[in-house]
Design a protein around this ligand. Sequence first.
Ligand code: GUN
Length: 302
Amino acid sequence: MATILDGKAHAEQMLAEVRAGVEARLAQGLRAPCLAVVLVGEDPASQVYVRGKVKACADTGIRSLEHKLPVDTDQARLEALIEQLNSDAGVDGILVQLPLPKGLDAKAALHRIAPAKDVDGFHPVNQGLLLEGLPGHRPCTPSAVMHMLKAYGVPLKGTRAVVLGRSEIVGKPMALLLLEEHATVTIAHSRTVDLPGLCREADLLVAAVGRPGLVEGSWIKPGAVVVDVGINRVEDVALGERIFAAEPRKLETLKTKGGVLCGDVRYGEALEVAGAITPVPGGVGPLTIAGLMQNTLRASQL
Ligand code: GUN
């Protein structure tokens, strides 16, 4: 039976460290760090994520400023707000919640954010600094996953790591951070030949593709460490019957509530094979927010 990597508990520990850092600033007579959160439109999932971020700010003593813009906001208006926040000395971090409504150019907006305030770590300057191994804001999810893997003493040096997914938010930066710790890293994706065979070679498997239950138990090397970044809502009972065969309680929830959250990995099957695994929910999700709080505190110290 796999060890559960308790992302929620680890995130609490990270948040406690941030809280201590904020208190140390206040004790020196400095102001609290300040995060500006920009939400365009009313996407329900984004509203939930933003609420979580604002609550984490309150819990750690970080000041948050919410900027809610209507769904029909144009690019110029969004970029003007970003410029205004860039030049506001009272704002340390700027986060533009993604995805943006159709018609807005997310990349162009993210490129407008001053790199020092880019607490998501999505600006090309921060991505370049990561590539070069120089200090800069690292994307929150991969950096918090690394923080947790180190805390659990997961061996990284020389380990064979497979990262499933090549997004700029998770897959690519995750691969670079693992490389920095001397892992031998392969990035796999939808065009990879023999995905199951490749995954079976991994001592560390990070799944970040947003495909519910893609990774089967038989894809996992016995004893491997599995990090499941996927957060997917499944409503299709036929799909649920396939991917939750080893998780009767999830299937029951799906049938009674009409939907259930799950990762990219078939958790019930993986538990029997893996050495350690993150659950969904309660694994990587809380870590992402903790990573954001860490970045915001760091931004206030620049
Ligand atoms: N939407 C989903 N994940 C993220 C994230 O990490 N940052 C932002 N800004 N938007 C997101």
